[in-house]
Design a protein around this ligand. Structure first.
Ligand code: PHE
Length: 434
């Protein structure tokens, strides 16, 4: 299940969401804060979710009740259910776009010659109403087929092949991007932090991005860890997953920003950034069509391994409440489809319908990533730091090891779970939301 865990983490969050959030929030400063959050809060909270999952061997609905004094913490499971469904709503829309871009790649991006054409193509497609919806439905149908067959084996295999392939292709694109004329400006934007750009909303954005990208805070990792073997090393797995996930995001940034500056595009373009910028890179590469098809296919599969983990969290929750698997999948799918329709239409007919100034797409993303996930993570860290018996925590995180290094790492993780994670997340909330 380790490959599947990394498969859940690596997805649109790294390749689509990270560059666009970094673009909107000033580049380098956002990256630095994001990395600090991953190290200080992300890894300890992943360990907390792993521990809850493996010790209980249960889904997010029942996991907490299996601990002494844990019953009253089951609300975390409910929050996770809401977050996973909200995320699936907008995520499926973007995954649908990737399917459309696979088709466009096969057709060689006809009628597209420059950055303006790419922008117009995206706007025409996304505002069309039924077209993007169709691809969202296609994407959801594929999820449905995987889910009703049971996920464990298929997902594990898919992740084992996909991840190395994705890495290789990302590195090839990075080399290509670094050779572009304005690569220097792109790298400067991504890596040179302008600390004066760090505002409370940058902090909240970076926190949300860290949790979203690590698949953290909604119980997805609790569900997956319930399938872990007793000897799986939790701290090591958490660190590898966080490291790989962050590396993929940085590579995506190193691909996108040199191209943004070379082709005169806008780093703060928002959700369409990657879709408008990447094709211009492919057009510039020898054999561009093949690269383009390969890339969008890999992005599509990476999204699939993430949505499956989200669906699995929601369906396992419903199964834990006594509902049969098929029915649980159908219920989740139906709710996600309704949300997906609304999110997709917010780029077209529903563009003017807003909640607190956000369209439906941005609202689902903001509420789930920036509020529900960090809140879920904060509650799980308090639960493991303060409620779960210390001998259980030590047994899960340390196993039988007596190495002084491991002991120090586990101590640091427990310290973060008790103090740093709850106060850190709390402070970012207070400043970012008020
Ligand atoms: N981490 C996934 C990605 O980066 C998205 C995700 C979020 C998956 C939360 C599961 C839970 O694409």
């Amino acid at each position: 299940m380790i490959a599947a865990t990394v498969g859940s983490a690596v997805g649109l969050g790294n390749i689509w969401r990270f560059p666009y959030e970094a673009g909107v929030h000033g580049g380098g400063a956002f990256l630095i804060v994001n990395i600090i959050f991953v190290l200080l809060l992300g890894i300890p909270v992943i360990c907390a979710e792993f521990l809850i999952g493996r010790h209980s061997g249960a889904d997010v609905c029942n996991a907490f009740s299996r601990f002494k004094r844990g019953r009253s913490w089951r609300f975390i499971g409910w929050m996770g259910l809401c977050a996973s469904i909200l995320i699936l709503g907008f995520y499926s829309v973007v995954a649908g776009w990737t399917v459309y871009y696979i088709i466009q790649s096969i057709q060689g991006f006809e009628h597209v010659h420059n950055a303006d054409d790419l922008h117009n193509m995206f706007v025409q497609f996304s505002s069309n109403g039924w077209m993007p919806l169709l691809w969202t439905v296609v994407f959801l149908a594929i999820n449905f087929l995987v889910l009703i067959r049971g996920v464990e084996k298929g997902i594990e295999k898919m992740s084992n092949i996909l991840l190395p392939a994705l890495f290789v292709i990302l590195i090839a694109f990075t080399v290509n991007s670094l050779l572009l004329p304005e690569a220097g400006s792109g790298l400067e934007f991504l890596f040179k932090p302008d600390f004066s750009a760090i505002t409370p909303s940058v902090l909240l954005g970076a926190l949300g991005q860290a949790f979203f990208s690590l698949s953290l805070g909604l119980g997805c990792l609790i569900t997956y860890a319930s399938y872990f073997k007793p000897e799986t090393p939790l701290v090591k797995t958490a660190s590898i997953s966080a490291l790989l996930d962050t590396m993929v995001a940085i590579l995506a940034g190193m691909i996108i920003f040199p191209a943004v500056f070379t082709f005169g595009q806008e780093p703060a373009a928002g959700p369409q950034l990657v879709f408008e910028v990447l094709p211009s890179i492919f057009m510039n590469m020898p054999g561009g069509m093949i690269w383009s098809i390969l890339f969008f296919v890999l992005l599509f599969v990476a999204s699939l391994t993430s949505t499956i983990s989200l669906f699995e969290t929601a369906t396992a929750f419903l199964i834990g409440r006594g509902i049969k698997r098929f029915k649980a999948v159908c219920i989740t799918m139906a709710v996600v489809l309704c949300l997906g329709v609304v999110c997709s239409l917010s780029f077209g007919p529903l563009a003017d319908a807003t909640i607190f100034g956000f369209n439906f797409f941005d609202f689902s993303d903001y509420v789930s990533s920036n509020i529900l996930l960090p809140l879920g993570g904060m509650c799980s860290s308090i639960f493991v730091g303060w409620i779960v018996e210390r001998k259980v925590v030590n047994a899960e995180l340390l196993g039988t090891s007596t190495s002084t290094f491991k002991l120090a790492v586990v101590k640091a993780i427990i310290f973060s779970l008790r103090y740093i994670a709850p106060t850190g997340i709390g402070l970012v909330f207070v400043f970012g939301l008020l």
